[in-house]
Design a protein around this ligand. Structure first.
Ligand code: NAD
Length: 363
């Protein structure tokens, strides 16, 4: 193996984490330890491309379990931790915030403490390796709350004002990570990113939900008036940015990551419909145009109006820019869902979870 560094990726069976793992393995210069609890959002079938690669290791573990974390740090001796494990769905955080407090806040605290214990020891036994150690915390632009005017952008110095239990829990974890850097000197770096989309996205999220509902001839539910603005980034562009920050970013810094693709939710749904008209012209019975399926539903409580990221710092300091436009990325995404029906059908019918537990799946 030509791997020169060991990277622990938490949440590597999730949407973004699996893209990071695939990209690290493709690069070939790192040994990757994927540490994931496999909640409903974790899907090892998203990692079939890297399964069996000698640089790839999977460990089922809960980031709230400090003892287990301590043993894993000692065993794998990581150079870098990329922390993506989280509860990530805003609607679920409104229905049941407890898991968000547990994993996003307590779990991040336990991971920080495990990393600090390991790093403190490293400073004594392997100072050069300790010098290069890094804890990279992956977060969201939702910590900034929402924007009022049409021209405002979130920068790295925008004040935190989270609106949902999800974003409040992520904001808390960001503060903990920054404090562990300031107080204990732990080498930390934080990134805050806008909405991601792309292959292997769990079907409950906006873009896959719309694609799969449209293919099934079901309603396309749009919250409120559909005018909420999100800034979209193709997941593989995000993964490349994260790896750049993890390996080349400056300690103690925050980097915002975004794609300069501000779109109203309704525009996103309309673009998806027109891509589907082109790529999946054989429509379900009774559907003349995919856009006929658009249905406005009552808005989510506390729904942020507009997010938009100023990503000039990472562009300027680390030379990262996205490779996909919204058009090209969305086209790739629709194509991926059309070509990978078994991946999402196994999520929809629950068999992705049954098999990894080694149990039969109830119908
Ligand atoms: P996801 O929900 O798809 O994946 C989360 C992963 O974490 C799953 O594999 C799950 O099994 C694992 N996990 C959950 N709780 C765990 C625990 N206690 N211990 C170990 N593993 C656990 O999430 P995602 O969309 O890939 O997001 C990854 C990270 O990026 C999150 O921290 C999220 O806040 C952040 N983020 C996401 C977006 C987005 O648009 N999806 C944007 C910006 C930032």
């Amino acid at each position: 193996s030509t791997a020169t560094k060991t990277v622990i990726v938490t949440g590597g069976a999730g949407f973004i984490g699996s893209a990071v793992v695939r990209e690290l393995i493709r690069r070939g210069d790192t040994r990757v330890i994927n540490l994931d609890k496999l909640t409903y959002a974790g899907n090892v079938e998203s990692l079939s491309d890297v399964e069996g690669n000698p640089n790839y290791h999977f460990v089922q573990a809960d980031i709230c379990d400090r003892e287990h974390l301590g043993r894993l740090f000692a065993e794998f001796q990581p150079d870098v931790v990329m922390h993506l494990a989280a509860e990530s769905h805003v609607d679920r955080s409104i229905d049941g915030p407890a898991a968000f407090i547990e994993t996003n806040i307590i779990g991040t605290y336990q991971l920080l403490e495990a990393a600090r214990g390991y790093w403190s020891n490293l400073k004594k036994v392997a100072p050069a390796k300790a010098e290069g150690f890094r804890f990279h915390h992956i977060s969201t632009d939702e910590v900034y709350g929402d924007l009022e005017g049409p021209d405002e952008l979130f920068t790295e110095t925008t004040a935190y004002a989270p609106s949902s239990p999800y974003s409040a829990s992520k904001a808390s974890s960001d503060h903990l990570v920054r404090a562990w850097g300031r107080t204990y000197g732990l080498p930390v770096v934080i990134t805050n990113c806008s909405n991601n989309y792309g292959p292997y996205h769990f079907p409950e999220k906006l873009i896959p939900l719309m694609i799969l509902n449209a293919l099934a001839g079901k309603a396309l539910p749009v919250y409120g008036d559909g005018k909420q603005v999100r800034d979209w980034l193709y997941v593989e562009d995000h993964a490349r940015a994260l790896i750049k920050v993890a390996l080349e970013g400056a300690n103690g810094e925050t980097y915002n990551i975004g794609g300069h693709n501000e779109k109203q939710n309704i525009e996103v749904v309309q673009t998806l419909c027109s891509l589907l008209e082109e790529l999946a012209p054989a429509k379900p019975a009774g559907v003349e145009h995919y856009t006929d399926l658009i249905t406005y539903v009552q808005d989510r409580p506390g729904h942020d109006l507009r997010y938009a990221i100023d990503a000039s710092k990472i562009e300027r300091e680390l030379g990262w820019t996205p490779e996909e436009t919204f058009e090209s990325g969305l086209r790739k995404t629709v194509q991926w869902y059309l070509e990978n029906r078994s991946w999402w059908q196994r999520v929809q019918d629950g068999s992705y979870q049954g098999e990894r537990m080694g149990t039969a799946v109830a119908p």
